[in-house]
Design a protein around this ligand. Sequence first.
Ligand SMILES: *Cc1c(COP(=O)(O)O)cnc(C)c1O
Length: 240
Amino acid sequence: MENTIKTNLEIILNRIKSASEAANRSSEEVKLLLATKTVSADNIKIALNNKQTLIGENKIDEIKEKYNELKNIQHQQHFIGHLQSNKVKDLLKYDVDCIQSLDRLKVAQKLQNRLEYEDKTIDAFLQINTSYEESKFGVKPEEALKFAMDVAHFDRINIKGLMTIGLFSAEDEAVRKCFKLLKNIQILLLDKGIPANELSMGMSGDLEIAIQEGATIVRVGTAIFGKRKYPDSYYWNENK
Ligand SMILES: *Cc1c(COP(=O)(O)O)cnc(C)c1O
């Protein structure tokens, strides 16, 4: 497994580099986040020992399970899953550096209250549903500015960027449309003084398009760690 992960990492880093060059961007502008759902702590360690520093989990239980094994290896942990308001307190126990999936005011309020109580702050990205699919979480694009302005009132939450899961489609142009929309929302927010400088978009199958459209973080799982045994709907649908 170690060699497979190393080889896959090289392939992904090369894809990021080529895509950045093709888009006249420096590959240093594009960070790789390892999407580690279902991946064992041992396999995550292999990646962290190969210069990777940024990982993202979808479930608090998985963060908890792997926490002790990973806490002594330098890295940043982002939360990229669906966050329920009754889980906010639990999530804050595990040194999460950033929540990429903030999409409801109720959760933001809970987070603000708990952070006040613990006298902490946290970075956050707002998740936008750029594909308008029912199955995906995120704020509707037309509501993004209002949501951002509301969240900006919470002094414990630092808005740093936007996140989206694009449409899964073989048609590049349909996928691109989602990423362009996220970029346009970013421009709107920056214009209002909301520092959403990061754009987290692009995964194993569509990172090239995302980089062309301005991604600063791509989130990659399968192409590094192999296929997962659960379908993604298990992670993306609240009712499962
Ligand atoms: C699983 C996941 C990814 C990575 O998807 P792959 O297709 O395995 O690269 C990215 N973002 C989110 C939110 C995820 O849940």
